[in-house]
Ligand binder design. Structure first.
Ligand code: PBG
Length: 352
């Protein structure tokens, strides 16, 4: 208390602060800079760690072979054909990345109203998952459960008379989930934001004998402008309207607690906040208020901003990238889904 008072006096009476510092006239009991004076001491005082084990690398898959096509709005991030994707997973495993979430880019001709291709036995997404788990059984492979990559309407749920209808969507998601579990995915990621979907999925998985398949629920997924590059990558933008009747309003925070409670009761194993950097307060809220591990999705637009600034020479990517990821960890995320996972693991093999 006393030292605070002294400090204020110095500042308020307008006296020459630099002369005070030079003569060391004041002796502060607390000097936070002592803990920052060397790399060794900073190392002991560090509060947050980040290494490859905390990261999930999102990968875009398209059908074909020998394809590695860069996404225009996310330079350095690619869509891979199955053979190239397997190679990419192998390279990442070498770097210590063990967790992957895969999204399919589906040809328009295979899309329909009810997303039937999502559980079709000939689906390249499911076949590739099987192949990945065969080649790399120790990895954690996470799926995307939502209708939008397969839907001719481009919405995450079924569209009837212009409305995204909740309950009729659920059996479709359940069927997709069982097909993904059969393909060997370790965890399923419902990103659709329909009410009740986690419970319906959990029951369908258990009935089909997939008790061990986990659910990483997109608990607080916001109707965000920051998904733009992702929708470019998958050509999955809604054909009409927006996603505001199912994704959350960016203005809302407490509502995330309702979603968290429901997902927990319905059997989710981990809860996700998405996007991440613009929703650090929501990450912190879920971390404080409930005991399940919290994941955060550092989404495509958030990555694109950083890449663009770095390309213009406005930001130093090597410093800004780990700082951005560390902020998400500091807010309370146990797990971060980020397109920078490979770059991070390559630059910081021991973590930060
Ligand atoms: C859709 C889905 C989206 C993302 C992941 N799953 C986009 C959307 O809701 O339109 C976005 C991820 C990103 O932007 O990186 N099921």
């Amino acid at each position: 208390m006393q030292c605070t008072f002294v400090l204020l006096c110095v500042l308020h009476d307008g006296s020459n602060i630099s002369s005070v510092q030079q003569t060391s006239e004041f002796s502060f009991l607390r000097r936070p800079r002592r803990n920052r004076q060397s790399a060794a001491i900073r190392g002991m005082a560090v509060e947050t760690h980040l290494s490859a084990q905390h990261l999930v690398f999102p990968l875009f898959l398209l059908d074909g072979s020998g394809i590695r096509s860069e996404i225009k709005s996310m330079p350095g991030i690619y869509r891979f054909s199955p053979d190239e994707l397997l190679r990419e997973v192998g390279e990442c495993m070498e770097l210590g990345i063990t967790n992957f979430v895969v999204f399919p880019a589906v040809a328009d001709a295979l899309k329909d109203k009810t997303a039937t291709f999502s559980y079709h036995s000939d689906n390249f997404y499911l076949k590739t998952a099987r192949e990945i788990k065969k080649r790399f059984p120790e990895c954690c492979l996470i799926s995307d459960v939502a209708m939008d990559p397969y839907s001719s309407d481009g919405h995450d749920g079924l569209v009837e008379n212009g409305e995204i209808v909740n309950d009729p969507t659920l059996p479709i998601l359940a069927r997709m989930s069982v097909a993904q579990a059969e393909a060997g995915f370790d965890m399923l990621g419902p990103s659709d934001m329909m009410d009740g979907r986690v419970g319906v999925m959990r029951r369908a998985l258990d009935e089909a004998g997939f008790q061990k398949t986990g659910i990483l629920s997109y608990t607080a997924k916001y109707a965000s402008a920051f998904y733009g590059p992702f929708r470019d990558a998958l050509d999955s933008a809604p054909k009409s309207g927006d996603k505001k009747t199912y994704q959350m309003n960016p203005a809302n925070r407490r509502e995330a607690l309702i979603e968290a409670e429901l997902d927990t009761l319905e059997g989710a194993d981990m809860l996700m906040v998405k996007p991440a950097l613009h929703y650090l307060d929501v990450i912190q809220l879920l971390k404080e208020k409930q005991p399940l591990p919290v994941a955060a999705y550092h989404v495509s637009g958030e990555c694109a901003m950083l890449i663009a600034a770095a390309q213009n020479g406005w930001l130093d990517f090597d410093r800004a990238m780990p700082e951005a990821l560390l902020s998400i960890r500091r807010a309370g995320a146990d797990v971060i889904l980020t397109y920078f996972a490979k770059e991070f693991a390559r630059r910081f093999p021991k973590g930060v």
